[in-house]
Design a binder for this molecule. Structure first.
Ligand code: SAM
Length: 283
């Protein structure tokens, strides 16, 4: 149950990423009750707020004016005012403005309360079919090719799922550089226009995605989340010490016991040691 909003609190409120019905009931309550909404673009958010019957005054807070406004907004909060921060889509601060304001609130002991909801990164991960136990959110890749390739190369050996945001203008260049830096066989999921009319989730290899974007211009339209499967470490990547321990144990024990014991001694994954032991046996 929603308890009425408090004075002197900054509420960070998630908005939909496409489908307007994805706003939460609690978000509507808070946006109705606060004294002021700081919005990334008041012209963008105005129509949705109006549709929801919210007529709270708004003020524009975007990357270009945010630093200048922080003192003013924090001053209001210190005097007991309350404020909601929203961005054009999804969760504020996630590749969106708001970080200087939130940080300054913490510095000055002002409570910051999140009102959770949609974010394209989590929405995409939930439906991509790639491992979600570990993921690295990289936001937008750098705009220039050289910087983008440098960033991708630095991530090529990551084992967690990598998540990028990208726009329609750059999607093809981005995927070309991903093929170049990660190799064409790496699994990728392209999540396009999530929660919207042309929502598309494509699971393929990077090379297949690259070719599809070349052949079907329609697939280059809209907003994108690109998810790359992490690199799978092969048995050859085991440390020499782990291999040494495994070899010794295999002389005395059956494969299963040897790999299990080697895993306990070395901290390596039992399955990897087991697979390597089987490979050695076959050889
Ligand atoms: N704050 C937002 C969030 O929480 O996801 C992200 C804002 S960022 C400026 C916009 C980028 O997010 C887009 O270029 C795209 O990469 C991604 N994005 C936002 N909405 C999306 C959607 N409906 N489908 C796919 N990607 C989306």
């Amino acid at each position: 149950m929603f308890v009425s909003i408090e004075k002197g609190v900054l509420y960070v409120v998630a908005m939909p990423i496409g489908n307007r019905k994805d706003i939460s009931l609690r978000a509507i309550d808070v946006l109705q009750e606060v004294e002021l909404i700081a919005a990334e673009d008041t012209r963008h958010s105005g129509p949705l707020l109006k549709q929801l019957g919210i007529d709270t005054p708004m003020l524009a807070l975007h990357d270009h004016n945010e630093r200048g406004l922080v003192d003013n907004l924090v001053g209001r909060l210190r005097e007991g005012g309350n404020l909601a921060l929203i961005s054009d889509a999804g969760t504020p601060l996630i590749s969106d403005p708001g970080f200087p304001l939130v940080r300054e609130c913490h510095r000055q002991g002002i409570r910051v309360s999140p009102i959770p909801g949609a974010s394209a990164v989590i929405c995409a991960l939930s439906a991509a079919g790639l491992p979600t136990d570990r993921f690295i959110f990289e936001g937008f890749p750098p705009r220039t090719q050289a910087a983008r390739r440098d960033r991708f190369k630095s991530l090529a050996t990551e084992t967690g799922t990598l998540v990028f945001y990208e726009s329609g203008h750059r999607i093809q260049h981005c995927v070309s550089d991903l093929v170049e830096c990660f190799g064409g066989d790496r699994p990728v999921v392209m999540a396009r226009e999530l929660t919207k009319l042309y929502e598309t989730i494509l699971f393929s290899t990077l090379k297949e995605l690259h070719d599809r974007l070349e052949d079907e211009p329609v697939q280059r339209k809209g907003e994108f989340v690109i998810l790359i499967g992490g690199t799978v470490k092969s048995a050859e990547d085991l440390s020499p010490e782990s291999e040494r321990v495994l070899r010794i144990l295999l002389k005395e024990l059956p494969v299963k016991q040897a790999s299990s014991l080697a895993a306990r001694i070395t901290g390596e994954k039992k399955n990897r040691l087991y697979r390597l032991a089987l490979d050695w046996q076959e050889d």
